[in-house]
Design a protein around this ligand. Structure first.
Ligand SMILES: Nc1ncnc2c1ncn2[C@@H]1O[C@H](COP(=O)(O)OP(=O)(O)OP(=O)(O)O)[C@@H](O)[C@H]1O
Ligand SMILES: [Mg+2]
Length: 313
């Protein structure tokens, strides 16, 4: 459904060129949930915005983002509006930023429903109640009249999911949808998204800096480091046999509750370098415990799911 081929996005900042996303390729099939994981600043949000052709106009984007055969980056304004309005839904980290504080939840939902499903007000209200029930907001028919501040943060995120569903999208891009929620609510929101994608024909690109969160929920994981995808595989492949030293470090950093199983995390030394000043060769080499001369000189390609010269060792 979504085929990203050689996508690069950079920003010109004075005489600095910030390569936020650097020739990445991946695809998302029907009903598939793909997780995009990486540290802060690795380019996850820029990837999401680039896939929707919503990057700021200062950005330089190249490559292809094919959505059901049409390139999102070059499609007409009309097709683009249709794509954004009908095919794709976005869920962001902070639900309060997406909800309007001065309108009731019901009126915001009904507006979206009437815009997307050409139904009258009464039917829109029924659909809104149905959607709120679906995302497990109790007493949906009365709560419809409440305003965003009268709901908890977790509820607001579920309401955002309901509003996104009202658009009937085929693909949802969720950028850190649970980052502002505590762990139990986080689990509920993820379980909800998981249930929804099983019930409806829905694909999801799920973005997180937390590999542990992503793993329970995705069919496939993309590990991103400084604008590149350095490893990709199923959660089982990634957890049982992580090939890239960066992935290994991410996994060892996931907290294990059992004190007997606890191991010392493999700390990644140093900070993530600036995408304005990328290291030569493999961009992970300055922080890599097994880097060799070849890693310092030549950039490895993503082959058999990993971009590392030493992954076979
Ligand atoms: N509009 C912009 N102008 C210039 N640089 C930008 C812009 N947007 C993002 N960047 C840079 O691109 C890089 C990738 O940013 P991005 O927001 O995609 O990271 P991220 O992986 O989503 O991080 P986080 O986990 O913190 O959300 C960063 O170095 C960021 O500073
Ligand atoms: Mg981000």
């Amino acid at each position: 459904m979504l085929d990203v081929i050689g996508l690069s996005t950079s920003f010109q900042n004075g005489n600095q060129r910030i390569r936020a996303v650097d020739t990445i390729s991946f695809s998302i099939g029907p009903n598939e949930v793909v997780g995009l994981v990486g540290e802060s600043g690795s380019g996850k949000s820029v990837t999401a915005l680039s896939c929707m052709n919503l990057v700021p106009s200062t950005a330089l984007v190249s490559g292809e983002v094919n959505w059901r055969g049409k390139n999102v980056l070059t499609m007409s304004d009309r097709d683009h509006r249709q794509f954004l309005g009908k095919e794709i839904g976005m869920i962001f980290q902070n639900p309060l930023a997406s909800l309007n504080p001065v309108f009731s939840i019901g009126s915001q939902m009904m507006e979206t429903i009437m815009l997307h499903q050409s139904v009258d007000k009464r039917t829109a209200r029924d659909i809104a109640i149905q959607l709120l029930t679906q995302v497990k907001i109790p007493d949906a028919s009365t709560r419809l009249n409440d305003y965003p501040h009268q709901f908890s943060l977790g509820m607001c995120q579920r309401i955002m999911i309901a509003i996104t569903l009202a658009m009937k999208p085929r693909l949802i891009i969720a950028d850190e949808p649970t980052a502002s929620l505590d762990v139990t609510i986080q689990a509920q929101v993820l379980a909800l998204l998981d249930a929804l994608r099983r019930e409806q024909e829905l694909s999801i690109l799920m973005i997180s800096h937390d590999l542990g969160v992503i793993a329970q929920f995705c069919d496939r994981i993309l590990i991103m480091y400084l604008g590149k995808i350095v490893e990709t595989g199923t959660p089982t492949q990634i957890f049982k046999m992580p090939k890239h030293p960066y992935t290994q470090a991410l996994i060892s950093a996931i907290p294990v509750p059992d004190p007997d199983l606890r191991q010392k995390p493999k700390l990644i030394s140093g900070d993530i370098p600036s995408p304005a000043n990328l290291p030569a060769g493999c961009r992970f080499h300055p922080r890599c415990p097994i880097a060799t001369d070849r890693c310092r000189d030549l950039e490895p390609e993503l082959i058999d799911g990993v971009a590392c010269w030493n992954s076979g060792i």
